[in-house]
Design a protein around this ligand. Structure first.
Ligand SMILES: Cc1cc2nc3c(=O)[nH]c(=O)nc-3n(C[C@H](O)[C@H](O)[C@H](O)COP(=O)(O)OP(=O)(O)OC[C@H]3O[C@@H](n4cnc5c(N)ncnc54)[C@H](O)[C@@H]3O)c2cc1C
Length: 247
C-alpha cells in the first residue's frame, strides 16, 4: 500500500528580467497646467487648458526649470512591479510620494522564482566607490555566476520546502530564502516623486547630476519612465531638457 501523496514542490524558475505594468493612472500634462494656472486664472484655469499648446509647453518647461514642483503632484500612476527582493530593498528607500503594497511571505507560500543575471549584464566592477565602472564578464564568469546562483537557489528553496512540510510557519521558514527571490508589489506615485526616483535610479547622458544606480533597479526605472513618458510627454521632455532633476 502506498503512503500519503505528498504535494510536489514547485520547480524553480530562473529569470534575468524584471516586469513593470502600469495598472492604473490618472496622469496627463493637462493636470500640470490646470494646477499651475490656478495661480493666475483661479477656477477659470480648467477652461484655458487647450487654448495655446505652445504656451502650455513653455509653462511646463518654466515650472521645471525654476523648480516649481507642486503642479507636478496632481496626478497618479500605479505600477505592478515584479523584481528581486534586493531591488525592492533599494526601491523602498524612496519614502516621499510613493505608496507600496508588497506580497507577504507570512500569509502565502513564496514561489521559487529567482534572479540570474542575463548574458548582457556587466559582471566586473572596477574603480573606487563613486567612480565605479562595470565591464563585461568572461564566458567563464557568466557560467560560474549562473551555476553558483542556481545551485544556491535550489538548495535554499529545498530547505524552505522541508521546513514547511514539517509544519514550520512560513514566516519562520522564509528566513532561508535569498534576496535574489522575486517579489511583487504595487507602487503608486506621482510625476514629481517619479522624477526624483528616476534622477537617482537611472544613468542618463542628459542628467546634470550623474547617478550610478545598480543595473537591476535601473531596469525597473527605465520601464516606469517609458510608461510615464507616454502619459505626460511634455513633462517628460521638460524633465530631460532641464537635466533630469526633479523640480
Ligand atoms: C546610487 C545610489 C547609492 C546608494 N547607496 C546607499 C548606501 O550605500 N546605503 C544606504 O543606506 N542608502 C543608499 N542609497 C539610498 C539613498 O541614500 C536614499 O535613501 C534613496 O536614494 C532615496 O532617496 P531620497 O531620500 O532622496 O528619497 P525620498 O525618501 O523619496 O525623499 C525625497 C526627498 O524628500 C526629502 N526628505 C525625505 N525624508 C527626509 C528627512 N527625513 N529629512 C529631510 N528631508 C527629507 C529629501 O529632500 C529627499 O531627497 C543609495 C542611493 C543611490 C541612488
Amino acid at each position: 500500500m502506498s503512503g500519503p501523496v505528498e504535494a510536489a514542490s514547485p520547480t524553480p524558475v530562473f529569470r534575468s528580467d524584471v516586469t513593470v505594468e502600469l495598472v492604473k493612472h490618472s496622469a496627463s500634462d493637462r493636470d500640470v497646467l490646470w494646477a499651475a494656472r490656478v495661480s493666475t486664472a483661479g477656477e477659470q484655469s480648467l477652461e484655458e487648458l487647450d487654448a495655446d499648446p505652445a504656451r502650455s509647453q513653455g509653462l511646463i518647461n518654466y515650472l521645471m526649470r525654476d523648480r516649481h514642483g507642486s503642479p507636478f503632484e496632481h496626478n497618479s500612476m500605479t505600477f505592478f512591479v515584479s523584481a528581486p527582493i534586493f531591488v525592492f530593498r533599494e526601491f523602498h528607500r524612496h519614502r516621499v510620494g510613493f505608496s507600496y503594497n508588497e506580497e507577504s511571505g507570512r500569509y502565502r507560500e513564496l514561489q521559487p522564482v529567482f534572479y540570474v543575471p542575463g548574458p548582457d549584464r556587466k559582471l566586473v566592477q572596477q574603480g573606487r566607490p563613486g567612480q565605479y565602472v562595470f565591464v563585461e564578464g568572461t564566458p567563464e564568469q557568466h557560467k560560474l555566476v549562473t551555476e553558483a546562483m542556481e545551485r544556491s537557489y535550489r538548495d535554499s528553496y529545498a530547505a524552505y520546502q522541508e521546513m514547511l512540510a514539517a509544519g514550520v510557519a512560513r514566516e519562520v521558514a522564509r528566513a532561508t530564502l535569498p534576496v535574489g527571490l522575486f517579489s511583487s508589489m504595487y507602487a503608486t506615485c506621482n510625476a514629481r516623486s517619479l522624477m526624483h526616483f528616476l534622477g537617482l535610479r537611472t544613468k542618463h547622458e542628459l542628467a546634470k547630476v550623474p547617478s550610478f544606480p545598480q543595473r537591476e533597479i535601473e531596469m525597473v526605472a527605465e520601464e516606469m519612465e517609458a510608461e510615464w513618458a507616454r502619459l505626460m510627454p511634455l513633462t517628460h521632455a521638460a524633465f530631460n531638457k532641464n537635466g533630469r532633476v526633479a523640480p
